[in-house]
Design a protein around this ligand. Structure first.
Ligand SMILES: Nc1ncnc2c1ncn2[C@@H]1O[C@H](COP(=O)(O)OP(=O)(O)OP(=O)(O)O)[C@@H](O)[C@H]1O
Ligand SMILES: [Mg+2]
Length: 428
């Protein structure tokens, strides 16, 4: 489902915001005008750097109460639950949330008497046979993964024309929903989540699985602080980037975290795309801003390809240089200049946590700096995100041609004076 973004200046509403907008009006708790005023307030706050959920604005304005929100949020989607009430082996309990592609339900797996989450895809995706093939292939591959930082895939299946993906139920909230009120996570918290995500990706990449959609909404945090990567192995709609570019004024998914090679639609997207998306996620977490903003998905995606990145420590000046360097290295537009393995990224993150300089990011930035000096006067290439940190700009003094002979003459003159003094003293 694409979100209508007819006012192109306003970024696409989050799935949670879209959902609450729809249900509060349907339940006649809020008039369309009141909703519009709250959305305008939310946009004003966003522009001032505060990311606030629409539901919090509705609550603060007194249009809804907490109990009403709770009831509405747990309201099952009638069409799907009606058709799937008898999903073999499962009892659907309530809707947990929905995204651009599907809805997620809390359910009981009857055979094992345990709670699971089930993502149910819309029927339109069943008509795309290549999507269905990938859905099963990736689902089976993901079910073989087992890692504490990955939402465990349990099963894939089809019932009454609906394809579904059964997974571990995570009692917690996403990084997106947990953004602090002032807009950014602390470096320590972001680093902790980054390390857990790098471990998750290292596990998946070592087994040949690429996520392709790492973003704040796909990272869930449990109550004890464990970060879990969601939607691992869930096939994504082919050509998301193409669709987004073609669909002017409509928002397909989120292009804020997409790697340049995915924007280009290259066929051999590899694990380095996940490193870029994790870098973009961390950038957002510690600065409160996505790396590139724009009025349309096409504009944002174009910026991933061409616009140099504003270093994260220029936005959040309290950020350590090391953390900033890691994020910049992960966000290199050219994947050959990114971390070449998730293990390298993990090593650097662990060094930063120990308060030391991240060796990989450091050497990468220095190599880039030398390359830039070597091509002095040439424009920074399109595929470089590099903007040197002030501390890294080497002094580059002009050296006219006469300086070297002048220094030699001075040294010779000094030696002659020393020799003459020696002779005079010896004579005396
Ligand atoms: N395994 C899970 N356990 C508990 N809640 C989950 C689980 N997976 C997803 N959710 C909840 O369901 C919501 C919708 O998830 P979904 O993956 O459909 O969309 P999304 O990732 O938020 O957005 P998008 O459609 O852009 O990918 C999530 O925001 C999260 O709150
Ligand atoms: Mg998701």
């Amino acid at each position: 489902m694409a979100t209508d973004a007819s006012n192109s200046n306003i970024p696409p509403a989050s799935p949670a915001d879209s959902f609450i907008s729809r249900v509060v009006v349907e339940a006649s708790l809020v008039s369309p005008e009141e909703l519009k005023a709250c959305a305008a307030k939310q946009e004003k706050l966003r522009k001032a750097g505060h990311q606030v959920r629409l539901v919090d604005i509705l609550l603060k304005a007194g249009f809804v109460t907490k109990t009403q929100v709770k009831r509405l949020a747990h309201r099952p989607d009638d069409t799907v639950t009606h058709s799937l009430q008898h999903l073999p082996g499962f009892q659907i309990m309530q809707k947990i949330g929905s995204g651009a592609m599907a809805s997620v339900y809390k359910a009981k797996q009857l055979s094992l008497d345990r709670i699971v989450a089930i993502k149910i895809l819309p029927k339109r995706l069943s008509e795309d046979s290549s999507f269905v093939d990938r859905f099963y292939k990736e689902g089976r591959a993901a079910a073989k993964l087992s890692h504490n930082n990955i939402v465990q895939a349990i099963d894939v299946g089809e019932h009454l024309g609906y394809h579904y993906f059964v997974m571990e139920y995570v009692d917690g909230k996403t990084v997106y929903d947990g953004f602090p009120e002032h807009g950014a996570y602390s470096e320590d918290k972001a680093l902790d989540i980054a390390i857990q995500m790098a471990r998750a990706l290292e596990h998946a990449h070592a087994r040949g699985l690429i996520h392709r959609d790492v973003k704040p909404k796909n990272i869930m945090i449990t109550k004890d602080g464990t970060a879990k990567l969601a939607d691992m192995g869930l096939a994504r709609e082919a050509g998301d980037a193409e669709a987004a570019a073609a669909e002017k004024g409509r928002a397909y998914g989120t292009p804020y975290y997409i790697s340049p090679e995915q924007v280009r639609g290259v066929e051999d997207v590899d694990f380095r795309a996940d490193i870029y998306s994790l870098g973009a996620t961390l950038y957002h977490m510690v600065t409160g801003r996505v790396p590139f903003e724009g009025d349309t998905p096409a504009e944002i995606m174009h910026k991933h390809l061409r616009t140099p990145l504003t270093p994260p420590d220029h936005i959040n000046t309290s950020l350590s240089t090391g953390f900033g360097e890691v994020v910049e290295r992960a966000l290199a537009k050219n994947r050959d200049r990114r971390y070449q393995s998730t293990s390298d990224l993990l090593l650097d993150l662990e060094m930063v946590r120990r308060g030391e300089a991240p060796p990989q990011a450091h050497s990468g930035l220095n190599n880039q700096l030398l390359a830039n000096l070597a091509t002095e006067g040439a424009e920074v290439s399109d595929d470089s995100t590099y903007m040197p940190h002030p501390a890294q700009i080497l002094p580059k003094l002009p050296m006219p041609g006469y300086v070297v002979p002048l220094i030699i003459a001075l040294v010779v003159e000094f030696l002659i004076i020393v020799a003459l003094l020696g002779v005079l003293l010896a004579g005396g």
